[in-house]
Design a binder for this molecule. Structure first.
Ligand code: SF4
Length: 276
């Protein structure tokens, strides 16, 4: 974090060398407008999205909806929350507050399927609906769990494979990532990947860990033709100015503290979401 500025420049150099494009966004509006501009350039009226808290921070889905672009959440928990018109309840497990009966009722009401379906049946319905979206969307949007300065890589960690589908089919991939997500080297993932998985979900390592270093290469059959990384500030530089508050930028969004703190979970969290 002390050398953030140097690592970000290094990331930009490396990512650009691999054919990617970097956009620096000062705030939420700049980031949202950059996404909209790319969508318009590619005549994309539909976006598929993997789970990303930074897109919740900038309210990307609402912004795109106001501009007549449908943005579809592809993580199962996020898909459930989007169907219900709610923001994610938890940064790692967005629909953890809903029972399987709640989800069956929701799918019945919103998708017109039989009531009282089992979790397996509900998952198959989501999979069928979402697979159609992957192949029709013009743009895939992800966040990034880490940015790798040395190779110009964007790391995406997930358990469902929806992130890979989001980035494999659409012609354009946009990764929106907060500037504090930078780490110096690919070698640092030895620490960070297990750290994130262990504290996030109790796994030794998450099921799918992908490093994106740019758009599709000449000899590759799939992947986006264009890839953008939007580096979002949105107030982070102000936090970094204070050496004590700067420590808050060390957070890797594992979500562990949300699980442990009942006061935060029951009282502060719903309050914060309502007013963010
Ligand atoms: S503050 Fe710590 S425990 Fe909480 S999400 Fe961030 S890294 Fe995880």
């Amino acid at each position: 974090m002390e050398e953030l500025d140097q690592y970000l420049i290094r990331f930009e150099e490396q990512f650009t060398r691999n054919g990617g494009k970097v956009i620096w966004a000062q705030d939420a509006l700049e980031a949202n407008e950059a996404v909209l501009k790319i969508c318009k350039e590619h005549q994309a009226m539909q976006v598929v999205k993997s789970k990303s808290m930074v897109t919740e921070e900038i309210h990307l889905n609402d912004f795109l909806a106001k501009n007549q672009i449908e943005s579809v959440e592809t993580d199962l928990g996020e898909y459930i929350q989007q169907l219900d018109g709610e923001p994610p309840y938890h940064i790692v497990t967005p629909a953890m507050h809903k029972s399987k009966e709640d989800v069956a009722k929701l799918f019945h009401e919103k998708l017109g399927v039989e009531p009282n379906l089992t979790p397996s049946e509900l998952t198959l319905i989501s999979r069928k609906n979402l697979r159609e979206k992957y192949t029709s969307a013009g743009v895939g949007v992800t966040g990034g769990n880490f940015l790798l300065a040395d190779i110009g890589g964007v790391c995406v960690t997930e358990n469902e494979g929806n992130g890979r589908l989001t980035t494999a089919f659409p012609n354009v991939h946009i990764a929106i990532v907060g500037i504090e997500k930078i780490i110096p080297s690919i070698n640092d993932l030895n620490l960070y990947w297990p750290l994130l998985a262990t504290y996030g979900t109790g796994q030794n390592v998450t099921v799918y860990n992908t490093i994106f270093t740019g758009p599709r290469k000449k000899n590759e059959n799939d992947g986006p033709k264009e890839m953008y990384v939007i580096l979002l500030d949105n107030g982070r530089s102000n936090l970094l100015k204070d050496v004590h508050i700067r420590e808050s930028a060390y957070c890797i969004r594992c979500g562990s503290c949300l699980n442990a703190c009942p006061v935060y979970k029951k009282h502060w969290r719903p309050y914060l979401w309502r007013y963010l």
